[in-house]
Ligand binder design. Sequence first.
Ligand code: ZN
Length: 309
Amino acid sequence: MNLHGLHHITAISGDIRKNVDFYTHVLGQRFVKKSVNQDDPGTYHLYYGDYNGSPGTILTFFPWAGVPRGRPGHGQAYATAYSIPAGSLPFWQKRFTDLDIQTGEVETRFGEQVLTFFDPDGLRLELVATAEADLRPPAPSQDVPAVHAIRGFHSSTLGLTSAKATAAVLVNAMGYRQLATAGARARYTVATGGPGTYVDLLTDPKLPRGLEGAGTIHHVAFRTPDDANQEEALASLHQHGLASSPIIDRAYFKSLYYREPGGVLFEIATDTPGFAIDEPVETLGQKLSLPPRLEAHRTEIEAALPKLF
Ligand code: ZN
């Protein structure tokens, strides 16, 4: 299976305007795409990332109005980490204090400093001040200077009661390799490695079972270059005895979904065609993007959706 790391991560949010404000202004991400949940067009699907919406930078949300808070725990992607430059942690600590953002203690993980913080729905996020070269250009932002800006994802941490079966899927079916272990955490990487490729397996039998709801991750998507690689990935999953969805056209990428044995929903998504397929890069996210089959209903759909700004 030809995977190149994380593609996007999808979470569930409550209040939509707080969500937009947090990811665009507080974190300085670009609002890349305003679309609807293809399975539920009365709900937005919002995408934040770098300027182009590059794979490996995209955090997406299903804002379900009135959805109760979930409970982070095992069987879920427990934490989502962004990569920032090695010297930028003090900037972010001050920023979060000034903006009254809830944070945790700074911890050292595999020799790097990690700051935990939470979005308005309590979603567990991390900044990893990485000593590794991360040459991905940050999203342009009026709120966050480029020198300190988020470069994209660093890693996804999966909460598990036992890592063995999940590790076997990562290694045997998905081509990942173990990079390091420390205590309850084991880090895996794929392809060329580096920030944006890492998956950490956190084994903690004391974690409660995760419950889906606002402030939790819905699924983690891994990137594969194109349709041919996607077909190969599907065949490989089946060879390894993993049940999956068929390949589904999501307009900006093609997707297939499967649940790894620890309970986390995984997706494999293609890098192609990308977010500029239905609007210019310069104006990404400004208009509501609808799949062609819903275009005829644009007026009703737009009227039913809440205003974002
Ligand atoms: Zn997805």
